[in-house]
Design a protein around this ligand. Structure first.
Ligand code: M6R
Length: 595
């Protein structure tokens, strides 16, 4: 994970880098650092510490002009978050200064084999890179030293390198970790995400794995690891700056929950012409050509994948499996004859998914990515991609991406089904209106949270599609309120887990399906008899007078698009009550780019 930003040009590098780091904080926020060139002293200054970018800003000297610098916001992998382990790191003589996103898997071997004379001042793998460059620079040019270092690194890296002896140049390199180059009016910016370019550069270049880049005031050269210049495409940024601001909302999460009806309407406008689905590209053919779909995802995207499985099987009759990416990567099950791999990823950068993609590509299988970021690695490297059009999702806790992913999965399932009766556009429009009805009642949900969520643990239960919604509801609550929450198949509780129910334990049941209404309610009585405080989220068709939250009836496979919203609010208000950092919960990062 981690986010890196570097700039060389005529503008204020400090402002550009700090601003970029603020936008990249979603990638990690344990510590932050920056190195800036101070022309008056012909010196590079370094400011770094444990804590957020706001803290970095407070310890950075603003009193001099600077047009070159590199910055970093960290999600700790090697070494605890402290000042020593914060980036930038330096080589032993302090000649080379670097920031790094990724993991160098062979850093211990490199230390032992090549750098046994070198002193190390941090616990990171990154310091090895700075010192290898320095080691080789005794006999090679700087460019050759960096490229030689790259050939020795195993693992992932997005790197920015500065040479104190040459403040006219900034070097960058990339393998597996994302890195893009922005072409601004007054200079060149390199960063982990296009978000850092917003307002500064309209054009950008996506850098390929094993790229090596030299940036000077006259522009940039992109080479491969051997030193041969490589061609590149220039693309135009289409992110609306307004979209990445909180506006009137206290938190991005609240904004993003509220945006869900308009995201659904946006998806309708992108993928329908009247009532007809207009999905371009090869997705339909790839699905039709396969005999089984393998959905590969992590976290919230995997929870959306479970709903997708229901849709592909029930709407289109296509057998579908859902797999945890990190498990699938190294423990592949027996596959069907013509599998299609569907990667679902908001960021399109999740390393666990990429490991699977690389693996299945090697075996010659076809792949489709469903993502919010069309410039992402998974979108670029799969055989096709479908964009979810949720708009930038900034809060670490995913909300609108989940509902957008489900909407897209329904469109894909409908597109390959024979069903001519279901008017999907109309059903999605109804969902958008019903979402608004729930959003209007958020204050009521806040009161429920105060009264019911008073313990350190909680359960969500449901059956079938409601069970899948329970999994996502539980993830939301635990990740931002730190209440230990499990999403459970309602009928399975009595096989052991019911032992955890005691006086006052909150149990929240999701009930939206007629066939299982009675069964889930029986399970509720069982926990009530053991002291649980229960909340029911149901739909009008199955409601009971005692249910606390009753939602509109929609096409039954769409019920998670509604039942999830009160649970997003439950998580939000539970975290707010406890005074936690809602948009940046502890230990997490938005984009998980390490395996
Ligand atoms: O970007 P991705 O969708 O691939 O991320 C996968 C998970 O890390 C992510 O869904 C995570 O579980 C959510 N941010 C939790 O709210």
């Amino acid at each position: 994970m981690c986010g890196i930003v570097g700039y060389l040009g005529k503008e204020d590098a400090r402002e550009i880098i700090l601003n970029g780091l603020r936008k990249l904080e979603y990638r990690g926020y344990d510590s932050a650092g920056i190195s800036l060139y101070k022309k008056t002293d012909n010196e590079f200054m370094i400011y770094k510490d444990k804590g957020r970018v706001a803290h970095l800003e407070s310890i950075t000297d603003f009193s001099y002009d600077t047009g070159l610098g590199i910055g970093h916001t960290r999600w700790a992998t090697h070494g605890i978050p402290n000042q020593n382990n914060s980036h930038p790191h330096q080589s032993n003589t302090k000649r080379f200064i670097i920031v790094h996103n990724g993991v160098i898997e062979n850093y211990k071997e490199l230390k032992n084999d090549i750098l046994h004379q070198t002193n190390f001042y941090s616990d990171t793998d990154t310091e090895v890179i700075a010192n290898l460059i320095e080691e080789f620079s005794h006999t090679l040019t700087v460019e050759e030293s960096i490229r030689k270092t790259l050939t020795l690194l195993e693992g992932s890296y997005a790197l920015l390198v500065i040479d104190r002896l040459n403040p006219e140049i900034m070097y960058a390199a990339k393998n597996k970790s994302p890195l893009l180059l922005g072409i601004g009016q007054g200079g060149t910016i390199i960063a982990s995400d296009v978000m850092a370019f917003v307002g500064l550069a309209n054009d950008y270049v996506t850098l390929d794995d094993k790229s090596f880049i030299e940036v000077t005031k006259d522009g940039f050269i992109i080479k491969d690891i051997i030193g041969k210049e490589t061609p590149y495409d220039i693309k135009t940024i289409d992110i609306d700056n307004f979209n990445v601001e909180k506006g009137e909302y206290a938190h991005f999460m609240l904004k993003e929950i509220n945006e869900q009806p308009s995201v659904i309407r946006n998806i309708i406008s992108k993928y329908f012409d009247g009532d007809k689905i207009t999905l371009n590209g090869n997705a339909k053919k790839m699905i039709n050509d396969s005999d089984r779909l393998y959905i590969i995802a992590a976290g919230t995207s995997m929870n959306a994948g479970f709903i997708g499985k229901e849709m592909f099987e029930k709407m289109a009759g296509i057998p579908t499996e859902v797999h945890i990416a990190s498990e699938f990567a190294y423990n592949m099950p027996l596959l069907s004859d013509n599998p299609l791999f569907i990667f679902i990823s908001q960021s399109g950068e999740t390393a666990d998914l990429r490991a699977v993609l690389v693996n299945i590509k090697r075996k010659g299988y076809r792949s489709l990515t469903i993502t919010n970021v069309k410039t992402s690695t998974l979108a670029r490297e799969a055989d096709g991609y479908v964009e979810i059009f949720a708009g930038p999702e900034i809060a670490v806790a995913s909300t609108k991406a989940y509902t957008a992913q489900i909407a897209i999965l329904s469109i894909l399932a409908m597109h390959v089904s024979d069903n001519t009766h279901l008017n999907l556009r109309k059903e999605l429009s109804k969902v958008a209106i019903s979402m608004e009805n729930i959003i209007d009642k958020k204050e009521y949900i806040k009161d429920i949270v105060k009264e019911y969520l008073t313990k350190r643990n909680c359960f969500y239960i449901g059956r079938g599609i409601d069970y899948y919604a329970s999994l996502e509801s539980a993830l939301k609550l635990k990740e931002i309120s730190y209440i230990q929450t499990e999403g459970f198949a309602a009928g399975e509780l009595k096989h052991g887990t019911i032992a955890l129910i005691e006086e006052g334990t909150p149990v929240i049941a999701i009930i939206s399906q007629k066939e299982i209404n009675k069964n889930t309610r029986s399970n509720l009585y069982e926990v009530q008899s053991r002291g649980a405080k229960t909340i029911v989220i149901s739909t009008k068709a199955v409601k009971d007078s005692s249910d606390l939250i009753v939602l509109d009836d929609v096409f039954e496979l769409f019920s998670p698009l509604l039942t999830i919203i009160p649970t997003q609010f439950i998580a939000y208000y539970a975290a707010l009550e406890r005074g936690y950092d809602i948009d940046k919960p502890r230990n997490l990062a938005k984009s998980v780019t390490v395996e």
